[in-house]
Design a protein around this ligand. Structure first.
Ligand code: SAH
Length: 264
């Protein structure tokens, strides 16, 4: 059986490729709490690997409105089945294990998950049993482990709390990726071709002429002001349309100066 995406609509498309996998969960209440933690952060793909008890009334009570996530949860017999189609699998552990695995902080793990998901890959974050966590064999199926840097003397979070921390980090990373994408689109949309050297020089000539016509310099040498204005406009990286707008303003300023009478 494969863990397919369910039909909940996501405002953040990469979220559709992120799944939370709970292995061997012992308390059905935790299934509901985990579903709630996920839904608050815009995640909806829950996979259960051989839970000790199927979701029940206690799960639903603790899901508190995230029943859709719980009801859409896919159940698998083994972790290998749950992540068979994933290109990135990260295992969350409350303590260091003897298994030699790279250990990531939640923030770095989330960034990696979102990069992969945004690139079209299926990604899984795996959580272990309440009493004993993930077995070493299960961790061997993971590309890296994730550890929430909790109090070293008391480092084991409640399962659903750990899901909440990681889901929150995933959400931040998703929002950041979305904002970066929006910025890139804005820039792409904004651009007329950049103004050419010749267009900038014609603009500067008109600017010098207009400043003169409106008596901006008032007897001071114009060179220093022109040097500063050149620097300012060159730094702005204007496109051709922006230069046309500025030249329109200069033409109007000049016309108004003519109407106001000859320069004294
Ligand atoms: N007694 C278990 C703890 C299990 S807590 C053990 O020592 O491994 C249940 C699950 O929550 C863990 O398997 C892990 O996936 C997650 N979890 C709890 N605390 C965590 C932490 N500090 N960092 C990462 N995951 C944690």
């Amino acid at each position: 059986m494969s863990a397919e995406s369910n039909s909940v609509n996501h405002p953040l498309p990469a979220a559709q490729r992120l799944r939370i996998v709970l292995v061997g969960t012992q308390h059905p209440g935790n299934l509901g709490s985990a579903a709630r933690a996920m839904k608050t952060m815009g995640l909806s793909r829950l996979v259960l690997v051989a839970p000790e008890k199927a979701p029940n009334a206690e799960s639903l009570a603790l899901a508190a409105g995230a029943d859709d996530v719980l009801e859409a949860a896919v159940t698998c017999e083994t972790l290998a089945q749950a992540v068979a189609d994933c290109r990135l699998v990260l295992g969350c552990t409350a303590r260091s294990r003897r298994v030699q695995l790279e250990e990531l902080l939640p923030r770095d793990a989330a960034a990696r998950c979102v990069t992969e998901a945004a690139g079209g890959a299926e990604v899984a974050l795996v959580f272990g049993r309440e009493r004993t966590g993930l077995t070493n064999d299960e961790l061997q199926l993971c590309h890296a482990s994730v550890h929430i840097p909790a109090n070293p003397e008391y480092s084991s979070l409640n399962l659903a709390s750990a899901v909440q921390v990681l889901s929150y980090e995933l959400r931040l990373a998703l929002l950041e990726a979305q904002a970066a994408q929006g910025d890139a689109a804005d820039v792409a949309e904004r651009r007329d071709p950049p103004a050419s050297h010749a267009e900038m020089e014609s603009f500067f000539a008109q600017l010098a002429d207009t400043l003169d016509a409106i008596d901006f310099h008032k007897g001071r040498a114009p060179e220093s002001a022109m040097r500063k204005l050149r620097r300012l406009y060159l730094r702005a990286g204007l496109d051709a349309r922006e230069v046309r707008i500025l030249r329109g303003i200069l033409a109007d300023a000049r016309r108004m100066a003519m109407l106001a009478g000859p320069k004294r």
